[in-house]
Write a protein that binds this ligand. Structure first.
Ligand code: FES
Length: 199
């Protein structure tokens, strides 16, 4: 597991990403890509961040920084998307009804919590105490996860688990789903994080 500490002003968070899982001799590497744009000054001021997602393949995740926070962009596979409705009964807030104005913009209040079904955009900070959850994309039994794990994210600090839409499982320390930040598409392959509309 590649880990990267980022001290950013008053806030410190831990990125635990680029997780390489070895299952049955097959290594599944999830790439970690940091994109630091626009300029340092603009970013510090909270400017929206434009991201090129043209090379993102199904099953991969990009992490970009916006307002000092890691924002994940995950291109979900059809299989990963298909898990979402099945696990609703296991989730604390499957319809994203809690704190909708803080956690889930209106355009993401749907089954996949996203504008385009396959692309998840979420802030990678656990709502419990602020750790950054790790990728656990491979389904099935593995340490710290149930035998029927569908794939998603595991917070290494106190064991909260999230599905492929960033929805938190029931009876976990994290009280809420991961935040979906304001975002919009400038084109099919360019995302703007931090603004609801282009311009
Ligand atoms: S910080 Fe994530 S479970 Fe506690």
């Amino acid at each position: 597991m590649n880990q990267k500490h980022i001290d950013h002003g008053k806030r410190t968070w831990l990125i635990a990403s680029g997780c390489a899982s070895v299952v049955g001799g097959v290594a599944v590497a999830v790439p970690f890509v940091s994109t630091f744009q626009p300029s340092e000054r603009a970013r510090a001021a909270g400017a929206p961040v434009e991201v090129d997602i043209s090379t993102l393949k199904p099953g991969e995740k990009l992490t970009v920084e916006w307002r000092g926070k890691p924002v994940w962009i995950v291109k979900r596979t059809p299989e990963q998307l298909a898990t979402l409705p099945k696990i609703d009964p296991l989730l604390a807030d499957p319809k994203s009804e809690r704190k909708p104005n803080e956690l889930t913009p209106a355009y993401a209040r749907n089954e996949h919590r996203s504008i385009k079904p396959e692309i998840l955009v979420a802030v990678g900070i656990c709502p419990h105490l602020g750790c950054s959850p790790s990728d656990r994309f491979t389904p099935g039994a593995q340490p710290s996860l149930p035998d029927d794990w569908s794939g998603g994210f595991l917070c290494p600090c106190h064991g909260s688990t999230f599905d492929f839409a960033g929805r938190v499982y029931k009876n976990k320390p994290a009280p809420d789903n991961l935040e979906v930040p304001p975002h919009t598409y400038l084109s099919d392959t360019r995302l703007l994080i931090g603004a609801d509309k282009a311009g």
